[in-house]
Design a protein. Sequence first.
Length: 401
Amino acid sequence: MDVFSVTRLNSLIKRVLEREYILKNCYVAGTISNLKRHSTGHYYFSLKDEDASVDVALWAGTAQKKGLVNALENGLFVTMRATINFYEKTGRLSLICNDMEIGQKSPYQLEYEALKKELTALGYFDDLHKQPLPVMPTCIGLVTSESGAVLHDILHVAAQRNPWVQFKLFAVPVQGDKAGPIIAKGIERADRDKAVELIIVGRGGGSMEDLWCFNDRAVVEAVYHCQTPIVSAVGHETDYTLCDFAADVRGATPSHAAELSVYPVALLWQQLKDKEQYLHQFMKQTLESKKQDLQAIFNRKLGIPALTLIHKESGKLTALQHQLTSSITNRIGQKQNDIALLAKQLELLNPLHVLVKGYTKVEHKGRPIRTTRDVSVGDSIDITMQDGTLEAVIKEIHTNG
C-alpha cells in the first residue's frame, strides 16, 4: 500500500490539474455570493448554484480591463472564463476569472429587490423612524444563536469596554427557511423585556442564501415595530440585509455592533478627568479675571479716592499732632513755672526757713511759747535751731516794763 504524505498528495493533485487543458480555459456559470473587494482592488467571491460553490478571484487589472469595476454584486448570475488554480500549501482550489459576462439576476436577488422596494415605499427604512441608541445601557438583549461565534465576539468586546454591562440572550436559529418568523418572535420577546434597554440582532458571515432569513418580511416588520432601540449586525461589512435597513443602527460586524452599543469605561473616565481639569482651569482663570476686575473697580471707585483722602487726612493729622505736641509742651512748661513759684512761696511759709537766718523756735510741751506768761520758773523748754534742738530749764523770768 502506497501511503501519501499531504505534501506529496497536494503536489500530485496540482500536476494532474495542470495537465488538463480544459481546466486552463473553462467556462463556468453561477450566482455571485460573499462578494468582497480588497483595498488593492481585487475581488473575491463564491460562484454558486443550487448544489455547490467554488471560490473565485478577479484581479484588479482584469476588472479594469474588462470594465467590471463596481459592476459586481451579490445575487448576479454570471458566465465567466476562468483558469483552475490549486494552492498546494493549503490544498485549496479556486478559479482565476479572466473574463465575465453578466446575465440576469438570481431569484434571490430579484425577490430581495422587490421586497426592498415595497418596504421602502411603506416607510420602513425612513430615517425619521430611527431611534438614538442609549449612551450607557445597563442591559442589552441579544437575538442570535446560542452556539455561534457572534455571541462570543459580542461578549468579548463588551467585557473589554465595560464589564458591568449585563446581557440577556434570546436564542434563535439564524439560518434556514423557517428561521425568519422565529427571529421575529425573538425580537418581540426582547422588546417586551422591561430590563432590556438595547437590542442587538444578527449572525456571522455567509452567502446570500445563508443570510436570507434576515430578509424575511416578518423580521423586518418586527425590527420596524420594535420600541427598544435596535442594532442590526448581520454578516460581514459588505453584506446588506433588509434587517440592516430597518434597524436604528447597522453594525458592520457583530463586534462592531458591540462597540456601538457598549460605551468604554476607560474613555468615560478619561473624559471625566478632562472635564475636571477643564473646570479647574476655567475656575482658576475666571477667579483671576474677576479678581482683576474687582481690583480695577476698587481702584476706580474706592482705591484712588481712598488713598487721596487718607493722604489728605494724614497731613491734617500730622499738623494736629504738631499742634498738640506744642500745646502740651507749652502747658507743661507753664505748669513747671507755676510749681516753681508755688515752691518758692511754700518755702517762704516754711517755719524752718527763719531758722536758717538765725531765728529759733521755742516750745513747751509741744506748744509754741509766745509770751513769758506761757512758762514758769522750772519749766523745761525745747529750742529748735537750724541744725538741731536744745533742751533748757527756766531759771528766771524777766518781763519787759
